[in-house]
Design a binder for this molecule. Structure first.
Ligand SMILES: NC(=O)c1ccc[n+]([C@@H]2O[C@H](COP(=O)([O-])OP(=O)(O)OC[C@H]3O[C@@H](n4cnc5c(N)ncnc54)[C@H](O)[C@@H]3O)[C@@H](O)[C@H]2O)c1
Length: 436
């Protein structure tokens, strides 16, 4: 199959590279000339484990290429995927669909054959209808199929998720759209990846419902963690105790500083907008969004409280800035609110993140970026673990504490055992367990 991918960000690049690895011919298009130039020079614009070698292998095999030029990329395409960004619209939280509609308009003006156009971007219910209208009005003689194929990959594990998905969702309104997408994903059916074919609007809704559910699950355990702290229970054991119940499941039950990233915050807001526009209240999701927003600054205050309630003149070292490990994505990371809260309280903040510092630095110019966890901790009154990078799981605590002004470890990801931390002479504050 010949595939064009419009938008070469996290989703477009990973999807394009994986489709080419299945054996399809893929051209990835992006308006960002710097991104395309980097890719053509073999440099990855994002950090994603395994992506560089996957891209290099398929470029060398002649199945994957990158361009800023839409027309030749789509000239012979059987399917064109739209994988552009759908950020929150400034001011009201609705998904900003201008990139999606812009891509549809460009396609209407460019395609000179009938094609299957697939939205892979996360888009509110009804967006496919609008894309279809744009194509119909922009290219009256053509008969394109418009389908929805939401993406469920996780940054940091994106290639594995794409190649071994829990399910593939295809939202199609006609047999041609469905059969082309089945063919695109045929290599995965051989791996027995479940495929769910639905109406287009249903597929669009599945993506938002999945993200809202997961965001709610995280927020649920975060609130239970707060209650555990108040009543003297241990949230990790509670999570295990409920997660072993098959009806609940163990995933997304790790208490922490709140969800962030490029999807959950904006997708929950966009779902609420759809709900409000249709006068169908989603009170659980509303509560989730509000609780998560409040939690991020509360985590900053938790660090200040651990230092005795005063941060002025003190130094806090943050380990991890990205919203989760194995990515350099800083979008809506809890670290942004935590840093602001610490600065507001008068603290000096140092930080180390294995991959995120380049992107984080201009977002938090007051923070002093350091070359290692140990360098960040030098002279600090507290070390706070914000992101559970593997590199932080086995720190030499004696070395870390050796250069600190005060040996306080605030573990917002619960990656250290209390007895181990105490053995090294630290005070220890974790999530969902009472400080001793
Ligand atoms: N990042 C994730 O983990 C993830 C997971 C599942 C779904 N999604 C969804 O996938 C979509 C893309 O997300 P992302 O994180 O990859 O975004 P991104 O911001 O990393 O990439 C989007 C890219 O599209 C390009 N672009 C915009 N308009 C264009 C046009 N008309 N022609 C060519 N290129 C254009 C931009 O230059 C940018 O490089 C979003 O809707 C997101 O919600 C993201």
């Amino acid at each position: 199959m010949k595939i064009a991918m419009i938008g070469t960000g996290y989703v477009g690049l990973v999807s394009g590279a994986c489709f080419s690895d299945f054996g399809h011919d893929v051209v990835c298009v992006d308006k960002d000339a710097g991104k395309i130039e980097a890719l053509n020079a073999g440099r990855m614009p994002i950090y994603e484990p395994g992506l560089d070698s996957l891209v290099a292998k398929n470029v060398a095999a002649g199945r994957l290429s990158f361009t800023t030029d839409l027309a030749p990329a789509v000239a012979e395409a059987d399917a064109v995927f739209i994988a552009v960004g759908t950020p929150s619209r400034r001011g009201d939280g609705h998904a900003d669909l201008s990139y999606v509609f812009g891509a549809a308009e460009e396609l209407a003006a460019t395609l000179d054959h009938d094609c299957v156009i697939v939205t892979k971007s996360t888009v509110p219910v009804g967006t496919g209808d609008e894309v279809e209208r744009i194509l119909r009005e922009g290219a009256p003689g053509r008969s394109h199929s418009v389908a929805s194929n939401p993406e469920f990959l996780r940054e940091g594990a994106a290639i594995g998720d794409f190649k071994r998905p829990d399910r593939i969702v295809i939202g199609a309104e006609d047999a041609h759209g469905e059969s082309v997408l089945r063919e695109v994903y045929r290599p995965l059916f051989l791996n027995e990846a479940p495929i769910l074919v639905t109406r287009r609007r249903t597929a669009e809704m599945i993506k938002y419902a999945a993200n809202a559910f997961l965001a709610t699950k995280i927020t649920f355990i975060n609130e239970i963690a707060d209650l555990c702290e108040a009543v003297g229970a241990e949230v990790q054991d509670v999570a295990r105790g409920i997660g072993l119940d098959n009806r609940i499941g163990a995933k997304f039950l790790h208490a922490g500083p709140g969800y962030g990233g490029s999807c959950f915050p904006k997708d929950t807001l966009a779902l609420l907008k759809t709900a409000q526009d249709n006068e169908v209240p989603l009170r659980l999701v509303e509560a989730t969004v509000q609780a998560n927003d409040l939690r991020k600054r509360a985590m900053g205050r938790k660090i200040v409280a651990a230092m005795g309630g005063h941060a002025r003149g003190k130094t806090v070292a943050l380990l991890g800035l990205t919203f989760k490990p194995n990515t350099d994505d800083m979008r809506d990371s809890p670290s942004l609110a935590i840093v602001q809260t610490l600065l507001d309280a008068g603290a000096r903040v140092t930080a180390y993140d294995p991959e995120g510092m380049e992107i984080a630095a201009p977002m938090m110019p007051e923070v002093e970026m350091k070359a290692s966890a140990y360098a960040a901790a030098e002279g600090a009154d507290a070390v706070a673990i914000i992101t559970e990078w593997d590199a932080f799981r086995a720190l030499d605590l004696a070395r870390l504490g050796g250069s600190m002004a005060d040996k306080l470890l605030v573990d917002l990801r619960n990656i250290y055992r209390r007895d181990e931390v105490l053995r090294h002479g630290f005070r220890h504050i974790a999530i969902g367990t009472r400080a001793e």
